[in-house]
Design a protein around this ligand. Structure first.
Ligand code: PHE
Length: 348
């Protein structure tokens, strides 16, 4: 028997009633109305049972009904209060808040450690005339020691007759004589210079760009004890109360005597052993971090300071290495620090 429009309208009306009842439950709505055998499809199928001249109007009614169902379902999906049962005490999804890059974190901490004992943080140019990173530091033009600081030279239209070529400074020691000049060659000087440095070397343990921090103290009566005390202070503050430092004889053109500085290993506390086995992080209990020494008289002279009246010490080493040692981190590839890879950086 062919159906009538009235019958169809009745069915649609009762379906609308049911729609209002479960209007906030998305799963139920989808099952009851939109699924393959749901109300919408079932009613649509009835079109075929109608006389052809009724089908146009019936189709319009059914389409309007389908749109209403879809509208209600969409509303239920976007409104949490209507999406069935909602637990408002559930912790929210934590938004991805960024943090300071590990190297910047280390720089801030290092600055604070030295500021507490009277050092002043400065920054000197990363692009500098070679006088500052080399000649002023007692390294004559052709001295082979300069090769150790494999340096990028810049095409320089303003080549300075006295100060030489422009370079990307390969160490923060370029700040030594600059600081003496800033203070008009009048000690006391207590400088902490943190800056980027550049060397022509890139492999798993080196990046062409890295960071160093440089300490310089010049005053009357400054001795190696002050140097050692300052380094010990840093070791304890940065690596913890058990950390120790040691200095070993070395050679730099700009310090005399010169030392290499080691810190005790943070994994085995300097013993070289973990649970009776050789510490795998350090092997010997110590890590070499950088250089230090008593400021060479020629460097004081380059800064117009009388080496007969004043003495000083200087030290300098890499931030990246200093930082990863604290974490007991053996980075397979130090270049990861500058890769911008969030999977790596988010760990710090
Ligand atoms: N500038 C030296 C380097 O980069 C380290 C150093 C700094 C040594 C200060 C002595 C004094 O290797």
């Amino acid at each position: 028997m062919a159906g009538t429009l009235d019958q169809l309208q009745e069915k649609i009306a009762s379906a609308k009633n049911a729609l209002q009842k479960s209007a906030s439950n998305v799963a139920e709505l989808e099952k009851q109305f939109l699924a393959k055998h749901g109300t919408v499809n079932t009613l649509m199928a009835e079109l075929k049972t109608l006389a052809p001249e009724l089908r146009k109007e019936a189709g319009q009614l059914l389409n309007a009904f389908r749109q209403e169902v879809e509208h209600v379902v969409a509303g239920a999906k976007t409104s949490p209060a209507r999406a069935g049962w909602t637990d408002f005490t559930m912790p929210g999804i934590k938004p991805n808040t960024d943090h300071v890059h590990p190297v910047s974190q280390a720089m801030d901490e290092i600055t604070r450690i030295f500021e507490r004992i009277g050092f002043i943080r400065v920054r000197y140019p990363e692009v500098d005339w070679e006088w500052y990173p080399f000649d002023s530091l007692n390294m004559p033009k052709d001295h082979p020691a300069r090769d150790e600081w494999e340096t990028f030279v810049i095409d320089d239209p303003f080549r300075h007759f006295k100060l030489g070529k422009m370079v990307l400074t390969p160490h923060t020691s370029n700040g030594q004589v600059r600081e003496m000049e800033r203070l008009k060659s009048t000690p006391p000087i207590r400088m902490i210079n943190i800056a980027r440095c550049y060397r022509r070397q890139a492999d798993v343990t080196h990046t062409e760009m890295f960071h160093q921090f440089e300490g310089l103290v010049v005053d009357k009566g400054i001795t190696i004890q002050h140097l050692k005390g300052t380094i010990d202070h840093f070791a304890r503050e940065f690596y913890g109360p058990k950390a120790k430092s040691r200095i070993r004889p070395f050679h730099f053109m700009f310090t005399e005597p010169s030392f290499e500085v080691d810190f005790s290993c943070t994994i085995c506390d300097g013993t070289g052993r973990v649970n009776g086995e050789k510490c795998r992080f350090c092997k010997s209990g110590w890590h070499e971090v950088g250089g230090a020494g008593m400021v060479h008289p020629n460097v004081l002279k380059a800064g117009n300071i009388d080496p007969e009246k004043y003495t000083g010490f200087a030290f300098g080493w890499g931030i990246e290495r200093t930082y990863t040692l604290r974490k007991g981190l053996k980075l397979d590839d130090i270049r990861l620090l500058y890769s911008g890879d969030m999977r790596f950086l988010e760990q710090f």
